[in-house]
Ligand binder design. Structure first.
Ligand code: CTP
Ligand code: ZN
Length: 156
């Protein structure tokens, strides 16, 4: 194959001049990441790809948000659904910084409480947990105090 064609094929989603590239998102959680980061409400240009080949994950998704830079607290909200996500900060077309996500000390929304009797499963109340262990994950519900373990975790 011609070199010029190989180059065109390599980048599945165009490079951006300035902004944030969120790479290595599990494809099945792409739209959850978009919603958690409120990218469905931004006016900035967004491009994304899903079901892209990736050695580690099998299939990954990538989101590129132009002219937007996230606070660490906001980025860490995707840790439960995209634990291996890598952020690339782009300025003048260059990657100037790389960041990984970290599990935060508290989780609001995103996850369901494991306890079927919990008020959050019976009324329209946003879940809220303290993270009492990060590896493996253990979340303590602020309402019923029951613990949701990693293997029982259901994303809302
Ligand atoms: N990227 C981009 N626009 C730029 C520069 C980079 O969209 N102007 C994207 C690349 O397509 C890639 C990511 O940002 O998805 C990271 O870029 P880079 O560090 O150059 O790529 P890799 O070396 O493949 O990084 P890694 O192995 O950490 O994924
Ligand atoms: Zn609960």
């Amino acid at each position: 194959m011609k070199e010029s064609i190989k180059k065109k094929l390599k980048l599945k989603v165009s490079a951006i001049s300035s902004g944030t590239v969120i790479d290595h998102i599990p494809s099945k959680n792409l739209f959850k990441v978009i919603s958690i980061l409120e990218l469905d409400k931004t006016d900035n240009m967004i491009t994304f790809g899903a079901n892209l080949d990736s050695g580690k994950l099998g299939s990954k998704a990538i989101i590129k948000v132009s002219n937007q830079f996230f606070e660490d607290d906001d980025i860490n909200r995707i840790a439960l659904i995209a634990p291996h996500a890598k952020l690339n900060i782009i300025r003048d077309y260059e990657v100037v910084e790389k960041k990984v996500v970290e599990v935060p000390d508290a989780v609001v929304g995103i996850v369901k409480c494991f306890n079927p009797k919990c008020i959050t499963n019976n009324e329209r109340i946003t879940t809220s947990f303290d993270v009492i262990s990060k590896e493996p994950l253990d979340l303590k519900c602020k309402y019923c105090e029951k613990i949701t373990h990693e293997d029982q975790m259901v994303i809302k």
